[in-house]
Design a protein around this ligand. Structure first.
Ligand code: ANZ
Ligand code: ZN
Length: 827
């Protein structure tokens, strides 16, 4: 007989909902705990990856509720963006319709899984009551000088018909559709995330973030300490500023490398339209994608510009080259090339016959320019550098920088790889940018009273090459809010990562129609105590959210520096070794499992299969195992219900019980202790569940329960009634049902965490005597369930025993359970 999960699960979902136990009030008196899972985009179905993510956060939420916290666990939908738009296109529908349908379908699934989510706080980013505040945030950023518009070359995905942020380009392809990314020049809106680059490198205010994610963000921000140096043009009209991390090599500069996008290059092209070759070269390089231009193995190309600049330190004349391997948006977009000591410059100089000048000598093996096959990039002894000769290059770095600063030729500084965040998307399904272009006033922000700029619904979506909003003149033709002239709306929409950069704050006050949220409420609930989601967001969402949190702090809306105190990046759900995905055809539909075995089984399987941050390998066996486990708990309690209820009322006399029952009580306290450590301190639910399984075996090993004495039945009852609270975080439905069957009126989250007593863990230590060749040589106290191996190991570590073994060979070790370890030694 299977336990009646299909009756129990809806029953408890209904009770929880009716009692509103997952909807905390605004300023509860208990300590708060905010647990958040990354919200899904409304694809229409929750897959096993989602379920695994939410099973983890729900386990944490329920544990914290049992522990007396006011827990906030909200959920919503990241419903703008390309996936939703593409889905509508595929289904020949409108994203407004498909999105809402999908949200409804996912709601049903969420319900059938029994997650403790506060649906009164649901957010959907495509609804005007949410996105209005995204527009408001845009305006605030604009007013603080953190938004700007710039014509620039951008990553372009021709398949998705949109610009992509650098973070969205994976190995030169689009992160969504894996189409090769090309370059396109366009006016774009940017958020100046670089203004926070330095602060974003600081992780001192988060508590528990995976080192891996911190490293990824640090590398992404990519700070380099270096020096800015000005090289005057030979004709004295201007100068070129470079950023270098190697000021020690400044005497070795033999050419200047500029990218074709460099303003000076662009100026020269205009001044000398007859220079066809240079113009063509520039155009060709600009169209290559920046990511491969920066790659180490790109074939270096360039053209001499015919112009020169001067080395500020010695006045030497330096050729200026236009090259493909320098990019405009790092440092100053210009490089002082030192072929002797930089690999790329070396390759370039050799190819074009540019002089190479050695300024750092290898102290171990003298370098010779004629025979060098690579640049020498290590530190060494300064040569050919006039006053700095003989110094160590590391010292010269500082000395030369200081010297340049004193002379006014340079400045010590840092450069960041991080680029400003391009938030313009030429797609329909996104938050409209609240900007109007007026022929008289220029760029005008939409006034607050006109917000939100509603996204028009009467739009034909399809794979057009144009932004669909361009086909809605009644929407984009507007009057200028300042001068009343005929003006035009911005038709770009915002990157959806803008929507998710502040949603964690909105959940704290989701219905506020006066402002994004009440700072008091947000400051009560934030920061998120535990955030859970996929590692793929390490450099996108997680960086943007940190940036916007700091910005909202600077506005005075929040008093926290970080949105997410602890971060857990959960593993993936794999099947046959590969990530479950539609394209691989290895997807298991959670509904199928729920129908056959219940949501509790699915949740227990996912949590038991591995620690939360490790991948879960799908296994039908594992599902069956989880199902059997729950059934066995059910039978244990259900079949002994009267006895357990009666026994639970008696305080047993522990002095009057057999060793077998003593071991059972020990098993119970030990299990609770381990469960608490695993769940509360380490979030290792798999081992916590394993401990519960072991205790279950110990309970089931007690046969003929009816023949036990009253006293021993009471002990048995004690050992059994701990199961409902122990499985509540993982399998809450069956837990509540059993708890109720046992006669409890309170729900489990109000019943406290299961407690253990050290007394019972001490009480049951067993003393073993240790003999060496038949003579008593020591004693040890151990846990009764110690393994034989562990016991032997401990016995051999006893000092006196060691002495009597000294260097004789151990022939045999015999263990008499509960009594003795006997060691036989000999020569
Ligand atoms: C002269 C030099 C000599 C350099 C030498 C290196 C070695 P990281 O460490 O990544 O910050 N660089 C600067 N701006 C660049 C740009 N826009 N495009 C391509 N390369 C650029 O790299 C700093 C170094 O990268 C800088 O130091 C500069 O080359 C180059 F023996 O300056 B170096
Ligand atoms: Zn105007």
């Amino acid at each position: 007989m299977e336990y009646p999960f299909s009756k129990i699960e809806p029953k408890w979902q209904k009770i929880w909902r009716e009692k509103g136990i997952f909807h905390p009030e605004d300023f509860p008196s208990q300590p708060k705990y905010y647990v958040l899972s990354m919200f899904p985009y409304p694809s229409g179905i929750l897959h096993c990856g989602h379920v695994s993510n939410y099973a983890i956060s729900d386990a944490i939420a329920r544990l914290k509720m049992m522990d007396g916290y006011a827990v906030l666990q909200p959920m919503g939908f990241d419903s703008f963006g390309m996936p939703a738009e593409n889905y509508a296109i595929e289904h020949n529908s409108h994203p407004r319709i498909t999105t809402e349908e999908n949200i409804q379908a996912m709601h049903r699934q969420f319900d059938s899984l029994g997650f403790g989510l506060d649906w009164e706080r649901e957010i959907s980013t495509c609804r005007p009551d949410y996105y209005v505040w995204g527009q408001y945030l845009f305006k605030k950023l604009y007013e603080k000088g953190l938004v700007y518009r710039k014509k620039s070359w951008q990553n372009w995905c021709a398949n998705c018909q949109t610009i992509l942020a650098n973070e969205q380009v994976v190995n030169g392809t689009c992160w969504r559709c894996h189409n090769p990314v090309t370059q396109k020049e366009q006016e774009q809106w940017f958020f100046r995330i670089t203004a926070y680059a330095e602060e974003l490198l600081d992780f001192s205010k988060v508590i528990d973030w995976p080192e891996r994610v911190i490293t990824m963000q640090k590398n992404w921000i990519g700070k380099s300490e270096g020096t800015l140096i000005d090289f005057p043009l030979e004709d004295g009209t201007d100068s070129i500023q470079v950023f270098t991390t190697r000021p020690d090599t400044v005497y070795g500069v033999t050419f200047m490398a500029l990218p074709p996008e460099h303003p000076l290059v662009q100026k020269w092209l205009k001044e000398e339209p007859e220079n066809r070759a240079l113009k063509e070269f520039c155009e060709r390089v600009i169209n290559e994608d920046k990511i491969s231009r920066e790659a180490v193995d790109t074939i270096k190309e360039g053209m001499f510009s015919g112009r020169y600049c001067l080395n500020p330190l010695n006045g030497e004349k330096i050729q200026i080259w236009v090259t493909n391997y320098v990019v405009m948006d790092y440092g100053t977009g210009a490089v002082m090339a030192v072929p002797a000591h930089d690999e790329r410059d070396f390759e370039f100089a050799r190819k074009y016959g540019i002089p190479i000048k050695l300024v750092i000598q290898n102290p171990e093996r003298t370098l010779n320019l004629e025979t060098m096959e690579n640049a020498y990039i290590e530190p060494g002894i300064m040569v050919n550098s006039a006053p700095f000769d003989g110094m160590y290059s590391e010292e010269a770095k500082i000395a030369i920088s200081k010297f340049l600063e004193e002379k006014g030729y340079g400045k010590i500084t840092s450069a960041y790889r991080l680029r400003d965040w391009c938030i313009s998307r030429q797609r329909y399904w996104g938050n409209p940018i609240p900007i109007i272009y007026c022929p008289n006033c220029g760029i005008v922000l939409v006034p607050d009273e006109d917000l939100p700029v509603l996204l028009p619904d009467n739009v034909q979506v399809g794979k057009t090459t144009r932004n669909p909003l361009l086909s809605v003149p009644e929407w984009y033709n507007v009057k200028c809010p300042q001068c009343g002239a005929d003006a035009r709306r911005e038709t770009d929409t915002m990157d959806t990562f803008v929507d998710s950069s502040w949603y964690y704050a909105r959940y704290t006050d989701p219905h506020n129609d006066k402002r994004p949220f009440d700072p008091d409420k947000a400051n009560f609930w934030l920061p998120v105590d535990q955030y859970i989601g996929g590692i793929e967001h390490a450099c996108m969402h997680l960086l943007y959210a940190r940036f916007i949190c700091k910005f909202m702090r600077d506005l005075g809306w929040l008093k926290y520096d970080e949105p997410f105190l602890r971060l857990l990046t959960q593993g993936m759900v794999l099947k046959d070794g590969a990530k479950m995905s539609k394209s691989k055809g290895n997807v298991v539909d959670p509904n199928y499992i729920i129908d056959r075995y219940g949501a509790d089984t699915l949740r227990v399987f996912l949590l038991f299969a591995s620690p939360p941050d490790k991948d879960v390998e799908w296994s039908d066996e594992g599902i069956m195992g989880a199902f059997r486990f729950l059934n066995r708990i059910w039978r244990l309690i259900d079949e002994n219900l009267d006895l357990i209820q009666k026994g639970a009322k008696i305080e047993p006399d522990y002095t009057q019980i057999s060793t077998k029952m003593r071991n059972l009580i020990y098993s119970m306290h030990k299990t609770i202790k381990k469960w608490r450590e695993d769940c509360l301190d380490r979030m290792q639910f798999n081992t916590a569940i394993a401990a519960v399984m072991e205790h279950l075996n110990n309970c089931l090993a007690i046969k003929e329960v009816n023949e036990l004495s009253d006293n021993e039945q009471a002990v048995f009852a004690q050992a059994c009634i701990v199961f409902p609270p122990l499985i509540y975080p993982f399998a809450p439905h069956i837990a509540e049902e059993l708890w109720q069957k046992l006669g409890n009126e309170k729900l489990l989250h109000e019943s406290g965490l299961p407690e253990y007593s050290e007394r019972f863990l001490e009480l049951d230590k067993i003393t073993y005597v240790i003999q060496v060749n038949g003579k008593l040589r020591g004693k040890i106290e151990v846990d009764p369930d110690i393994s034989e191996e562990e016991l032997k190991k401990l016995a051999l570590e006893v000092e006196n025993v060691k002495r009597h073994i000294s260097n004789q060979e151990i022939k045999k070790i015999i263990v008499i359970p509960g009594k003795m370890v006997s060691i036989a030694v000999g020569k």
